[in-house]
Design a protein around this ligand. Structure first.
Ligand code: ADE
Ligand code: ZN
Length: 330
């Protein structure tokens, strides 16, 4: 339709994308064969058929297992380059991608390998396509704060070599039972180093986790944040401060955070004045990249062109880039 064409044409920024979650089954199979990793699936079709999730944890179990095929710098380069090709096709101009080093270092992959592969794909895309991209290192919240701290320490020596791309830290993985305050110390240190700070909060966890991410971790954006709606005072605070929420509608649907996309609160939050953005989270697992997310949401919630434009602009407003760079996009 014409509205879909309008959406495809909008310049977009993607602020909530786990690079490991962009691993398509075809690449998973090819890398498994190349690296001699055994997968519990006989075919690409079997992998896709396994992608039926009941909650966040049921997804995370498959997502961490799939990431085991990533071993060399070239693997991380190819993964990132493939995502960028898909992003360019969707008119995504800027990405701040998440990566989970602990998933890889726990398997004996050096953190340098992870940084090098992702960063060189981002740098090549900048040169070749004018595509702008940066990296946010996420701590796995089901692990201890000591583990997060040693991950940050192992990344510190890379700070100068990756100053052009490594811009921040985040917090992901199993939310309930792993509140933001568990990571207060490591976030304080990261922020003191001049890194941007974000955290997943209010995806499955309660609104109190959003409060604590703001107050204790001092985050600059909330990833997901959809459960904020249960707390009217929090909603007012988020609107007044224009605190960005990186919402992922198809993810919320696939992980049963909402039963039906028509029940999603994205439009209500937008209309309440919150800085809502649309993102794909783990596109290969949740059945859609940026335009798929925009189109499915627009159709389910009857978003107007003005609202869709606002959502796309919110992505650039919420991006960790200079005002000058923002103005070059809108
Ligand atoms: N890791 C990858 N995707 C995630 C999500 N949606 N929530 C928490 N951790 C994640
Ligand atoms: Zn996420």
């Amino acid at each position: 339709t014409e509205l879909h064409q309008f959406i495809r044409g909008l310049p977009k920024a993607e602020l909530h994308l786990h690079i490991e979650g962009s691993l398509e089954p075809e690449m998973m199979f090819a890398l498994a064969q190349k690296n001699g990793v055994k997968l519990p699936y006989a075919s690409v079709a079997e992998v896709r058929a396994a992608y039926q999730f009941s909650d966040l944890q049921s997804f995370l179990d498959l997502y961490y297992a799939g990431a085991a095929v990533l071993q060399t710098e070239q693997d991380f380069y190819d993964l990132t380059a493939a995502y960028i090709q898909r992003a360019l096709a969707d008119n995504v101009r800027h990405v701040e991608l998440f990566f989970d080093p602990q998933t890889h270092t726990a398997r004996g992959i050096a953190i340098e390998t992870v940084f090098a592969g992702i960063a060189s794909a981002l740098r090549d895309a900048k040169t070749q396509h004018g595509f702008s991209g940066s990296m946010i290192l996420c701590f796995l919240r089901h692990l201890s704060e000591e583990d997060a701290m040693s991950t940050l320490e192992s990344a510190l020596p890379l700070r100068d070599a990756y100053a052009d791309v490594w811009i921040g830290v985040g917090l992901d993985s199993s939310e309930v039972g792993n509140p933001p305050e568990k990571f207060a110390h490591v976030f304080t240190i990261a922020q003191a180093m001049g890194l941007h700070v974000v955290a997943h909060a209010g995806e499955e966890g309660p609104p109190a986790y959003i409060h604590d991410a703001l107050d204790v971790l001092q985050v600059e954006r909330i990833d997901h944040g959809v459960r904020a709606e249960e707390d009217p005072a929090l909603m007012q605070q988020l609107a007044a401060s224009r605190m960005p929420l990186t919402v992922c509608p198809l993810s919320n649907l696939k992980l049963c955070v909402v039963k039906d996309l028509r029940d999603h609160n994205l439009a209500r939050m937008l209309r309440a004045g919150l800085c809502v953005t649309i993102n794909s989270d783990d596109p290969s697992y949740f059945g859609g990249y940026m335009n798929d997310n925009f189109i499915a949401t627009a159709d389910a919630l009857d978003l107007s062109r003005a609202e869709l434009l606002q959502i796309a602009r919110n992505g650039f407003e919420a991006a960790f880039v200079s005002e000058q760079q923002k103005q070059s996009w809108y």
